[in-house]
Design a protein around this ligand. Structure first.
Ligand code: GDP
Length: 367
């Protein structure tokens, strides 16, 4: 194969295989004299950014670079996959720069969830993970909820300095930035790219009114995200698209619930209790006896228990059990990236089984 050309926009080596990675261009574009990657093409022609992902190494370089800049860091997380979308160690890299924490996809939470509780939970989590954000805000970049407030907050906290938006892939960072571009770019204002020292990728620079700029940094792939274990054709079934409708199950000790073949929830000990499942509306729930659950999974994963379907079930890591003795009623058992189960009664022992590497934890109910 002849050597691939470089993009005339950002300089990345052109590749024609993976649209989500740096330097992608459709194969037909290789026939032209000069090649521009799809990301730069869209930026140039539509003032619109596209998500790209980076290697861990390059991302670390960008993070390191951030500590040397002065400005506001806007960190975006997916409210539905908080732990999976957290960028561990960010606080060590940002130096003295303030961090505004923005939790996206608030439109997925049922209306009964209280925003104040969510914000308090996010603040506690952030602190326990070592980050002290100047503020925590909830948005839906997709629906445009809370965006005006975030833009106001950005302007307040940046104190005339630049803004750097960071987040891992799939949190909705591109959707977020594209919303801001629409609000921020008046006529004559064009988006450019600017080189960030030591990295292979230029950052997208969106001019702000006072000569400062907002920079979009590339997303990082977080290998713990549930989404990375699911084939893209099945992702839409497990990633909620609309407001979640809770499903309530009255359970006795010794019963199990399967969420597709992705997770299992055992009621090990305690009085009869209601368990409320919050996950994508289309995910099938299957109820069985705890003593039969192992065998059922072995014999029926990929078929009766799906997604993943038979074709992709082997890509899913084995399920690992996480046991919790729950003292307080109304406790959420959260499976990062999939959803959560609210245990309504106190004094129960439960076990949540999730694919190896996916985080499982408990928190006081958000409802
Ligand atoms: P990026 O990889 O972080 O740049 O993420 P994208 O902007 O490409 O979004 C990833 C996925 O999340 C897409 O399927 C979006 O449609 C979806 N998404 C983005 N923002 C929202 C939101 O506010 N609500 C919901 N429900 N989905 C969103």
């Amino acid at each position: 194969m002849s050597e691939m050309p470089n993009c005339i926009g950002c300089g990345a080596t052109i590749q024609t295989e993976n649209p989500k990675e740096v330097g992608y261009a459709p194969p037909a574009s290789l026939e032209k004299d000069t090649v521009i990657c799809q990301r730069c093409f869209r930026l140039k022609n539509y003032n619109e950014i596209q998500p790209v992902s980076l290697t861990d190494d390059d991302f670390l370089k960008i993070l390191n670079g951030l500590g040397e800049q002065q400005g506001l860091i806007v960190k975006i997380v997916d409210i539905f996959d908080f732990n999976g979308s957290w960028l561990p160690g960010l606080h060590r890299f940002v130096g003295k720069n303030p961090v505004l924490l923005v939790a996206n996809k608030v439109d997925l939470l049922p209306k009964s969830v209280k925003p104040k509780k969510v914000i308090n939970w996010l603040k506690r989590e952030a602190r326990s993970l070592g980050l002290q954000p100047v503020d925590v805000m909830l948005v839906s970049a997709h629906k445009g909820i809370g965006m005006g407030e975030v833009v106001e907050a950005i302007n307040k906290y940046r104190e005339g300095k630049d803004v750097y938006v960071v987040g891992c892939t799939n949190v909705g960072k591109s959707t977020f930035i594209n919303r801001i571009i629409k609000q921020a770019t008046g006529e004559g204002n064009i988006i450019t790219t600017s080189h960030f020292p030591g990295t292979t990728l230029d950052m997208i620079e969106i001019p702000l009114d006072d000569g400062s700029a907002l920079y979009d940094t590339p997303g990082i792939i977080n290998h713990h995200q549930m989404a990375h274990h699911i084939h893209s054709s099945e992702l839409k079934t497990i990633m909620p698209k609309k407001e979640i409708k809770p499903k309530v199950y009255q359970q006795n000790e010794g019963q199990s619930l399967f969420i597709g073949a992705l997770a299992r929830f055992d009621f090990i000990k305690g009085d009869r209790s209601a368990f409320t499942i919050y996950a994508a509306n289309d995910l099938p729930i299957h109820r069985t006896k705890l003593e039969k659950a192992d065998l059922l999974y072995q014999e029926h994963k990929g078929e009766l228990l799906a997604p993943p379907s038979k074709e992709f079930i082997d890509q899913l890591p084995e399920l690992v059990s996480h046991e919790f003795a729950i003292k307080e009623g109304k406790t959420d058992v959260v499976i990062s990236g999939l959803g959560w189960v609210t245990v309504q009664h106190p004094n129960v022992v439960v076990a949540a089984h999730a694919p190896k590497g996916v985080e499982v934890f408990i928190r006081p109910s958000l409802i």
